[in-house]
Design a protein around this ligand. Structure first.
Ligand code: ATP
Length: 454
């Protein structure tokens, strides 16, 4: 068994260097060690259907080819299974469940529905409107534009619209696509001179769901093509749903006739869920993914929700980690064991949060130093040019370096609102085009910010 563990360790090391930290942490890190070797297969426990399914669809071929090149003694392949499938030998070696049941036509994932979308203050309006759009596609709001920060449920809501429409009328031609895949597909079809096929596929749709539209930035050809498609579909009242990480007016490098079209319909945002809402999301996840531990102490859920505050994907990941940790170690799920399971994650989060917060502080202190004013005045209310220029520069630098929401930056400057920060950043950006002195000042400030402090 040891040599199979070593092989699996080697494969994990290779995967860690091949994929982004996010993919590694989300999919590979939660996998266990080798559980069993039988019939030419190495069995590894996956913590959830989600991980198992993604590994199988996207990474199994790569894992097996790594196994082939690293292990020469015999042909050996990997299988990823859930703990529940490990109970009976037969369940393991018997025919696999049809995982594709989870997927349906048009790239839709059947499990992303309105039913399991937990509603709270931060997403209530978006949810209510999504339901109306799904009920009367092409009529209520077209396009329907959903924006919000990473991992807050935009894709879930968009997919739920698609699923609902298909549930009502199986003949509807619904397609979900990520904007980055749309760019790739278009480039590919142009290369293969198959634009007819491309047009046929997209212009024939009843419902187009396009995810992460900000990815079209800097792809002018795709934007032109998308613009044509958008006009064609909307003229025929075909429903278009768009998601983005920012409001349409803040999209950069997207042609304005396109972004202004996005605002013609209805724009909704999804915010950060509060504690109660986050606990509810965890409870819902438990009820679908681990119903046998539904009687878990509510304090465990509160504990997890109190640390993972800004991203539902991370929140879910933390819950999965706790479940997996306790199941594999055969221990009760308590606040203490949850803390043990999440120890490294929580420490890393604290470190990055502290680091980033300090960096905002650092920008503020370097800028105030440079202009010989106090940080108090930099973030304060006084409005003469002596204070406003450095203030605007500091806001601009924080936005450019960390790309955090304007609202968040406003909070760092005495609770100023989103539009004040936006105007300040735009002003500096415009001035930089012709003001050499400003450019020089910002270059110097940046050098000071980047200089290591002891
Ligand atoms: N309100 C909610 N209720 C239940 N699950 C949710 C909710 N919000 C988010 N999730 C879950 O959180 C995970 C991340 O959500 P989703 O992928 O929709 O985020 P996103 O906003 O599209 O993120 P990104 O910007 O990275 O594309 C998904 O598993 C989704 O099902």
């Amino acid at each position: 068994m040891k040599e199979y563990d070593a092989l699996w360790g080697q494969i994990l090391d290779t995967l860690r260097t091949s994929y982004s930290d996010e993919i590694y942490e989300d999919l590979f890190e939660p996998l266990s060690s080798v559980k069993k070797v039988s019939g030419g297969y190495i069995y590894v426990l996956a913590p959830s259907e989600y991980v198992k399914d993604r590994i199988k669809r996207l990474y199994l071929t790569r894992i097996n080819s790594l196994a082939e090149s690293l292990y020469k003694k015999e042909t050996i392949k990997f299988k990823f299974v859930l703990a529940s499938e490990m109970v009976g030998e037969e369940a393991l070696v018997g025919p696999e469940k049809n995982l594709d049941k989870k997927y349906r036509t048009g790239n839709l994932i059947a499990t992303l529905s309105f039913d399991n979308f937990v509603v709270g203050k931060s997403n209530r309006f978006a949810f209510q409107m999504a339901l109306k759009v799904a009920d009367q596609p092409g009529i209520v709001a077209n396009p329907f534009y959903i924006f919000g920060d990473v991992g807050l449920g935009k894709t879930h809501l968009m997919q739920a619209i698609g699923n609902y429409i298909l549930d009502n009328d199986i003949n509807q031609k619904v397609l979900y696509i990520k904007a980055s895949d749309f760019i790739e597909e278009l480039a590919d079809q142009i290369k293969k001179e198959k634009m007819d096929q491309f047009n046929e596929k997209y212009r024939d749709l009843d419902v187009l769901l396009i995810d992460d539209i900000q990815m079209l930035a800097g792809a002018p050809k795709t934007q032109m093509e998308f613009f044509r498609l958008f006009d064609l579909l909307s003229q025929q009242n075909k429903q278009i749903v768009i998601t983005s990480d920012k409001p349409a007016s803040e999209l950069k490098n997207i042609m304005s006739r396109l972004s202004s079209r996005f605002e013609q319909g209805l724009v909704v945002d999804i915010g950060i869920p509060d504690l109660e809402h986050r606990v509810e999301i965890l409870r819902k996840k438990l009820s679908t993914e681990a119903p046998d531990v539904m009687d878990i102490n509510p304090q465990v859920l509160e504990f997890i929700a109190s640390y993972f505050t800004t991203n539902v994907r991370e929140l879910e990941g933390a819950l999965k980690r706790v479940l997996f940790y306790c199941v594999t170690n055969n221990i009760d799920i308590t606040v203490d064991t949850a803390a043990e399971a999440l120890d490294t994650l929580i420490k890393t989060r604290k470190k990055t949060e502290a680091l980033t917060e300090n960096n905002y502080d650092r920008i503020q202190s370097v800028v105030s130093d440079y202009y010989s004013i106090s940080v108090h005045d930099l973030i304060g209310k006084r409005r003469n040019a002596k204070f406003t220029l450095p203030r605007h520069i500091a806001m601009y630098l924080i936005k450019n370096k960390y790309n955090i929401a304007y609202q968040t930056i406003g909070a760092l400057f005495g609770g100023r609102d989103h539009s004040t920060v936006l105007a300040a950043c735009e002003k500096i950006e415009n001035d930089l085009k012709h003001n050499e002195q400003l450019k020089l000042a910002i270059d110097n400030i940046l050098k000071k910010i980047d200089k290591p402090t002891n």
